[in-house]
Design a protein around this ligand. Sequence first.
Ligand code: NDP
Length: 457
Amino acid sequence: MSNYDYDLFIIGAGSGGVRAARMAAAQGVRVAVAEYSRPGGTCVNLGCVPKKLFSYAADYHAFIAQAERFGWNLAVDSFSWDILHDNTSAVLERNSNFIGNMVEQAGAEIIHGHARLSGPHSVTVGDKAYSAERILLAPGGTPQYPDIPGNEYLKSSNDMFSLPCLPRQMLIVGGGYIACEFASILNALGVKVIQIYRKELFLRGFDRDVREFVAEEMRRLGVDLRFNCDLTAVSHTAEGYQASLNDGTSITTDLILAATGRRPNIAGLGLEEHGIELTASGAVKVDNYFQTSIPSVYALGDVIDRVQLTPVALAEAMTLVRNLYQGTTDSMDYRLIPSAVFSHPNIAAVGLSEEDAIRQFAQVDVYLSKFTPLKHALSRSGDKYLMKLVVDHQTDRVVGAHMVGEHAGETIQGLAIALKAGATKKIFDQTIGIHPTSAEEFVTMRSVTRRHGVKAD
Ligand code: NDP
């Protein structure tokens, strides 16, 4: 046992901080976690969890519209924002309390307040100073706004869960996860949504077929999606917020959401002052073992800006705690991380896009299927799904799997295991489908859609 107040002092009780605290404390490590807000961090309080609950609320729009074709007569014509908001808040409060209790039951102490690094082995929270053998920075991220006149009028995703009422119309700026999710959710809840993205096609980093397909589907479902369109200034008028755009036009709307990325949440932490090196993008610089430029200080999660996903922060925390207290010397494996965008339609992917695979492998086979799933043959909603496999021709290994459609994340989670295990296309072909499902398409795509780098016989 060290002579410090704690063996491990964690700044931030978000996903990564909580996992590290619980795991270390369970092994007898003396742990404190400082948090100025509610335990659980962005994911539980202002991100994944409330967003997914809102996404479920949005799903009902389509279920109700389609129910009649299945024989149901549902005379429903209203939606209550207050009910969704209040019930979601209750779930969040319960979850956050539960997380706080779990941390304490594991034996860690939660210290409420804004923590600040005050030395290689010391932290202050308010006017109290604490010493620790090791310090872990897990303060997460925070929304970033475009640097334009009037950006003080912009809302971020943090604000979306506590809006006093649903806007009648809104503008969403951005083409990433948060922009697409909120555009879809609010559109389904009845808001007239315009989503603008500054370049030619949104969802940068995803497979091009997926991006084009999702754009078509979101437009079909009612989102006014505008590409090569950017916000240049915002002003507040008697009619609402006036958004000036790069083509010289302007839009007057009730609310403008900037979903333009998140940056490391390091303001007020005293990091640079105490010699913690940052990257060019302002993230805390760490080595393969999450050690910062001060050997007793570690960092993980969104603040290191590698992959801003909760399950990644959890895996980083577990890797670190095992290394520090169980004698392992593992670095984190960032390959084949699956992810989902809970837009409508849902998107999920693991591995490489077709474009990235072509850059990485000499010969690439692509299997692509767009189809109307059985449910929508009857609903006549017009919904279509996309499924796609990207295969390294030489080894036959499936290096990318992509899906757009209902529950895409549920399907791709299973495929991520197959890709992690190195499954070949032959193994996919030998796998028996579950009938009738949409997912069976992944094991029945027999004809190659296109080949890159392979000479025709
Ligand atoms: P993303 O990085 O996904 O998207 C940011 C978007 O904003 C991009 O389209 C980007 O354009 C655009 N943008 C950035 N700066 C500006 C600017 N100054 N003016 C106009 N447009 C701009 O960030 P999000 O905010 O959507 O989400 C943050 C992260 O949180 C995600 O990367 C993801 O890791 C995580 N997340 C995960 C979710 C999930 O798992 N379902 C849900 C929500 C968030 P460009 O493409 O040109 O850079």
